[in-house]
Design a protein around this ligand. Sequence first.
Ligand code: TXA
Ligand code: MG
Length: 346
Amino acid sequence: MKTMISNIDINDIDLKELKKHAKLISEGKTVIFPTETVYGLGANALDENAVKKIYEAKGRPSDNPLIVHIYNKKEVYNLAKDISEKAEVVMEKFWPGPITIILNKKSIVPKTTSGGLNTVAIRMPSHKIAREIIKQAGVPIAAPSANISGRPSPTKAKHVQEEMNGRVDGIVLGGDSNFGLESTVLDLTGNTPMILRPGSITKEDLEDVLGEVVIDPSLSKKEDNKKAKAPGMKYTHYAPDADVYIVSGTADDVIIKINNLIQDNIKKGLKTGVMCLDENKDKYNGEVVTLGNTLEEVASKLFDVLREMDKRNVDIVYSEEFESTGLGQAIMNRLLKSAGYKIIKA
Ligand code: TXA
Ligand code: MG
């Protein structure tokens, strides 16, 4: 398939160029565009045939529902029903932004979009290019992350170019994502709001305005993963070609353990990659790729670093562990998935 590719400067949006892509969407075609979390692969959420093209382009299982992206809050009332007071609070407080809410769907949303469920995931992104595309297309846009199913989500223009050229009708390149991890997914269909996928809007942020919020308990253990309430959380995800392990323990123990493992790997003829905080980068003797120094940096670099490991052709990757609170919760969720929950105790 021939893909129309445009580079758009977020600070000086070429509306004429962007409108060409919005037109593709309104014609039932697929377009990749940047959002503040990760790049999304979009099509008209209300057009079943268009939505099928998304699943095809990604090789995504058809029971994994899509997030519907909207331009303004009014649209929620066309797509969803039984909208609670708590849902109103979340929309008011965090939209536009990196949080998706699950609500009971109205019949206008095709089952293809909702993966056969009676609920719909909705998000109002804040990214200027994303917002302009949705506005110009004049329809809500279903958009999963713009990666081939199972691969790390794309956070940079080059990830999209390398992986998706020829698989979609249009690609809008607009620089790097701001957050680098996908949106928080919050189920608001029950009495107590439940986080189905942690993101940069944290449990603590939500509790400040909602009171009690729980995290889907099946996210923390591999054995429970099949029970995950967000279908997408059941699948292997974020995995580079190399085998990833998280090494857990005190900072000093982790460094000693990883260096010992690297020595063993060298004897076996295996090349080792290490993902670590910047402050530790000179302490390891493998292929070191740093994740930055703050949790914000780690979140924004994580998927790029996982892809970088493939480029370096390493066989095994060891990652330092991060604390599972605040933004660390989302980071550890993605790391655990990319490692297939394999943890080595230092
Ligand atoms: O930041 C993001 O959310 C990005 C950008 C493009 O907006 N999108 C994204 O979409 O990450 P995707 O499809 O890769 O992840 C959506 C997640 C999946 O785990 C899916 O199973 C879950 O949300 N989900 C969608 N609709 C759902 C529903 N009705 N009930 C439960 N989980 C749902
Ligand atoms: Mg995804």
